[in-house]
Structures are given as structure tokens and as C-alpha cells.
Design a protein around this ligand. Structure first.
Ligand code: GUN
Ligand code: FE
Length: 407
């Protein structure tokens, strides 16, 4: 057992900030779970005095590209131009095991330093790079969903996969890694509809529904992309309909961006209980547009925040919170809802709300201690506002996943 004395800041729903000062939190090392949260010191207990720090739930990134970690900050006029100019060439480099290992270790090291304890990760089309990402995640002790990117058409020959091979290799990785440890899941990763045949998408959808597997992809990010979809799938009434038709939507499907949606698309996503990963900094960077936060929030679709590195420039989910606020240039998002979308709301997107996302008895101890706050005479709201707008990466003092100290 290990006990901390600290100050919890969290949101247990979209509307309320929960701030508790000088609280004793006890973790069972064996199970990695929180076993007690109390205002009093549990009897005969030594505790670590972290009372000058803020304690927040481990932050959750619902959409990020590990294999793009080294090409952040490459300005481009739009998504397709950026993919062709920088991304595909970079992802090819992960064919080399040494390079893939270097990218993975840099990525997870920085992910921990930014206070992110869970991420849903895209690698490259290469099976080995995905295998290496899993091994590295396991070594670093983070919680991760990881998937091999799938592309079997309309992309450069050096990345284009044979359709059957793409599927078979993904299933192999699923069988090897999905829930191999309690921290790891496999996520099927068809990059986006323009580069995946219907045949491939249907096989993924079918496998996923039979095996309760995660799927992640991109949806409705950019106007060029949407015009491309119209040409490729003229019989479908919308981009979302393409995924619906090919069996990609569902409770365990995480759709990145989802910016330019009409009412019917929102209904399709809601009915299928699909989830959205909102990537505010990336949407600024690639001039993709404004995510309709309030409409989606009112629709009942679960959505969470995401860095979308390498179109995001930094892994920090504190940065994503700030960008989410700024992205809604004329409308206010309540601080509680911003924080929720990087913690418990994001956990819901990954179907892990019973395990992570908040600091409660019975949950896994994924914890982040943050330094540099004067906690005296401040409300939870004031402190959260400072966390969102004045954050600094150096303030991430200590990070735990499932009770294990990673930083
Ligand atoms: N759409 C298809 N691939 C990608 C990618 O790698 N990044 C982003 N932001 N959008 C995509
Ligand atoms: Fe992305």
C-alpha cells in the first residue's frame, strides 16, 4: 500500500469541478487500484506528503500518431498536401526497426513527461513498427491502444498494402497484443476511407463486431478530403454514411476530427454510439475548420480531446484543453467540460470510464501530480483555469499508471 496526501482536482461530470484539499489517497500496489480516499490519515500509515501539489487524473489522448512524432511543425496549406509532402515519407522510415524503436521511445518518454497516461495511437503500415510500439509502451508502463495503419489503395506505392495482407497482419497483431497486459489494447486502424477499399473496411467492421475490437479512423476533417470522398463513393450520401455502410461505426469506433457533419451524420454517429476524438490544435494547424463543440456536446455523442501529433505540435493534453477553448472563438466552453473531455469524458471515448479518468475508490491509480500552484484561498475553478491557460510542462511533477511511478 502507498498513501499520498494531496489536493484532488477533477470533474466527475461535465458540469462540476470537484476540488478536495488535504486528502489521503491510498493505493494497493498489487492491484494498482485506489482503495481509500479520506480526509483522515488511515491508522498506522506512513504517507508521502504531496500536499503542495495538485493531483489530477492521468490525462488521456484519444488520437495521436506515434510514427509522426519527428515531423511535428511542418506547415502546409492543407491536409492532403501535408500527407503527401511530409507524412507518407516519414511513416516509410518506420519500416526500419531501429528508427521505429527510436521514435517509439522518444514518444513514450515525452508522453509521460506531459502527464498523459493513456493514448489511442496510430503507428505506420508496417507490422514491425506496431510490434515495436507495443513493446516500448509495455516497457515504459503506459496505458495504450495501438494500431497498425491500414491503406490498400489511392496512396503511394511505397506504403500501399495488399488488402489481404493488411487485414491478416492486423489480426495477427490483435491476437498478439490485445489485452496482453491490462494496460494494452489493439485498435484496428484503417487510416481513412479514401485510402481503404470497401472490401477492407467491411472485413474490419465484421471482425470488430465479432470480437468486440476497437477501430479508429479519420472522418470529415478537411474540404479537399470530403470532395475526394464524394468522387470515390458517389453512391453514399455522406462521409459518415461511407463508414456506416462499410460496418465501421459502433460503440468501440473512435473517429478523429468529425468537423463538417450534417444533422443526419450526427444522428448516425449517435445511434451507432460511435465516439469522436476532437483535435483542436491540429484543426488550427491544417486550417481544417471549427469543431462544432456545443452541437456535438448536446447530441449525446461521447467525445474526447486529442493532440493529433504530428498535425498537433505537442503531446500535452493541457495544451489541447487550451486549444479547445480558443478554437470556439466566439463561444465559451465551461472549464469543467474542457477538463472532463481530457479525463473522464476521454475515458468514455475509449470505453474505459469504469477504470480510469477520475480519482475514485476502485479505479486504477493513474495519477498526475502538478507543481507550481498556489492553492491558498483559491477555488477549484480558479485553479482549473490556471491549469488550462497557464500550464507549463515543467509543472508535471510526478506520474503514476496503475499505481506504478513512471515519473
Ligand atoms: N487523415 C488521414 N491521415 C491523416 C493523418 O495522418 N493526420 C491527420 N490529421 N489527418 C489524416
Ligand atoms: Fe490524425
Amino acid at each position: 500500500m502507498i498513501t499520498f496526501k494531496s489536493n484532488i482536482l477533477q470533474t466527475l461530470n461535465k458540469n462540476e469541478i470537484n476540488f478536495q484539499k488535504n486528502i489521503y489517497i491510498t493505493i494497493d500496489n498489487e492491484s494498482g487500484k485506489i482503495v481509500s480516499i479520506s480526509q483522515n490519515i488511515p491508522a498506522n500509515t506512513h504517507y508521502l506528503d504531496y500536499s503542495k501539489y495538485l493531483l489530477i487524473p492521468g490525462l488521456i489522448d484519444t488520437h495521436v500518431h506515434l510514427s509522426q512524432y519527428f515531423i511535428r511543425g511542418k506547415q502546409s496549406p492543407s491536409l492532403i498536401d501535408w500527407l503527401n509532402k511530409y507524412v507518407f515519407a516519414e511513416e516509410k522510415k518506420s519500416q526500419n526497426d531501429q528508427y521505429a524503436a527510436l521514435v517509439a521511445s522518444s514518444f513514450f518518454k515525452d508522453m509521460i513527461k506531459s502527464g498523459t497516461t493513456t493514448a489511442s495511437i496510430y503507428t505506420s503500415v508496417f507490422k514491425n513498427s506496431t510490434d515495436i510500439a507495443f513493446k516500448t509502451a509495455d516497457k515504459f508502463g503506459v496505458r495504450a491502444l495501438i494500431g497498425k495503419v491500414m491503406m490498400d489503395c489511392n496512396c503511394p506505392d511505397f506504403l500501399k498494402e495488399d488488402s489481404k495482407k493488411s487485414f491478416d497482419e492486423s489480426v495477427e497483431l490483435f491476437e498478439k497484443w490485445n489485452q496482453k497486459t491490462k494496460l494494452l489494447d489493439y485498435v484496428f486502424t484503417p487510416r481513412f476511407a479514401p485510402v481503404c477499399s470497401s472490401k477492407l473496411m467491411k472485413k474490419i467492421g465484421d471482425f470488430s463486431s465479432k470480437n468486440n475490437a476497437f477501430i479508429q479512423t479519420h472522418l470529415s476533417e478537411n474540404w479537399d478530403e470530403m470532395n475526394w470522398i464524394k468522387n470515390l463513393f458517389p453512391e453514399n450520401e455522406s462521409y459518415t454514411d461511407v463508414y456506416f455502410d462499410n460496418g465501421i461505426l459502433g460503440e468501440k469506433s473512435i473517429l478523429g476530427h468529425a468537423i463538417h457533419l450534417n444533422k443526419r451524420e450526427i444522428d448516425l454517429l449517435e445511434k451507432s454510439q460511435s465516439k469522436i476524438a476532437h483535435c483542436p490544435e491540429s484543426n488550427f494547424f491544417l486550417k481544417s475548420g471549427k469543431f462544432n463543440w456545443h452541437k456535438i456536446s448536446q447530441s449525446g455523442i461521447d467525445f474526447g480531446l486529442a493532440s493529433d501529433v504530428g498535425a498537433g505540435t505537442i503531446l500535452s493534453m493541457l495544451n489541447s484543453m487550451k486549444m479547445a477553448s480558443f478554437r470556439q472563438d466566439l463561444d465559451l466552453i465551461e472549464l469543467s467540460e474542457i477538463f472532463y473531455s481530457a479525463t473522464l469524458g476521454a475515458a468514455k471515448v475509449l470505453s474505459k470510464e469504469n477504470l480510469i479518468g477520475s480519482i475514485e475508490i476502485g479505479k486504477e491509480a493513474d495519477l498526475v501530480f502538478v507543481s507550481g500552484f498556489n492553492l491558498e484561498e483559491k477555488t477549484g475553478e480558479e485553479i482549473l483555469s490556471e491549469l488550462v491557460y497557464l500550464w507549463n510542462e515543467k509543472q508535471i511533477y510526478s506520474v503514476y499508471v496503475s499505481g506504478n511511478k513512471l515519473l
